[in-house]
Design a protein around this ligand. Structure first.
Ligand code: ZN
Length: 253
């Protein structure tokens, strides 16, 4: 699952190629009259929202791309911001694509780079066409990702961003602030607190494991900490796998 560093990389890539371009069309195959889950309402997974979304974004110029927690924010010239959350399996590709009407699918142009033809990149569910005749496409094998829109000057009020904690990569994020944030949940389980987006933005399962001791998915391996002979164990904390050393860590006991 993409976490803060991966989303940061995606945003940097998009900043290089999207700024100044106009969105000329939007396509999706995930919109439904009645979305399968309640929280899909107000996103591209709802047909009525998709229609509204298209009207709002087509013809607008992309002015800025940034990250807030694990959300990609694409600001437009008309005070609208597209929000994309990659969730479990989402990723974004920029390139030249061709629409195959009969199959209702998008495929890379034959002249495109080899990587775009990788099977991993074929689950294209949202496509933004741009004024330079290229596209940026949202691939999402498991379709958990989110694409929505809000008014740029109301970013503090939108439910998609409301209450998110401070950004750990900002210079203003100091050790003091880190301590203050953690102290908001004094009785909380440390892994769960680190992953709480209202405490600190952007930390997920992998990096919370790394922060607690770098042993993500090393179950049954001998602890590599000097003079520790513990074994790495896996424990489910709040429905997520946590990895820890049986000897030098007591965090989960
Ligand atoms: Zn150990």
């Amino acid at each position: 699952m993409p976490e803060l560093p991966e989303v940061t990389t995606t945003v940097k890539g998009l900043q290089r190629v999207l700024i100044g371009l106009v969105i000329t069309n939007v396509w999706t195959d995930i919109a439904r009259e009645v979305p399968s889950l309640k929280h899909f309402k107000g996103t591209l997974k709802e047909t009525s929202f998709y229609k509204k979304f298209k009207k709002e974004v087509i013809g607008s110029k992309i002015t800025k791309v940034e990250r807030r927690a694990k959300n990609i924010l694409i600001h437009l010239s008309n005070n609208k911001t597209i929000l994309i959350h990659l969730k479990m399996t989402g990723h974004i590709i920029f390139g030249e694509y061709i629409f195959k009407k009969k199959e209702n699918i998008w495929v890379p142009s034959p002249t495109e780079r080899k990587a775009l033809f990788d099977p991993f990149n074929r689950f294209i569910h949202v496509v933004f066409s741009l004024s330079n005749n290229k596209q940026f496409v949202f691939c999402d094998a498991r379709k958990f990702g989110k694409v929505t829109l809000f008014e740029t000057n109301k970013s503090d009020e939108t439910t998609h961003l409301f209450g998110i904690g401070p950004e750990p990569l900002e210079e203003s994020f100091t050790f003091e602030q880190f301590k203050n944030q953690l102290s908001k949940k004094p009785a909380g389980n440390i892994k769960t607190v680190l992953m709480d987006q209202k405490i600190i933005a952007g930390i997920g399962n992998i990096y919370s494991d790394e922060m607690l001791y770098n042993v993500y998915r090393k179950t049954k391996e001998i602890c590599s900490k000097k003079s520790c002979h513990g074994v790495i164990l896996r424990k489910v904390v709040n429905g997520r796998s946590a990895h820890y050393c049986s000897t030098h860590q007591i965090l989960f006991n």
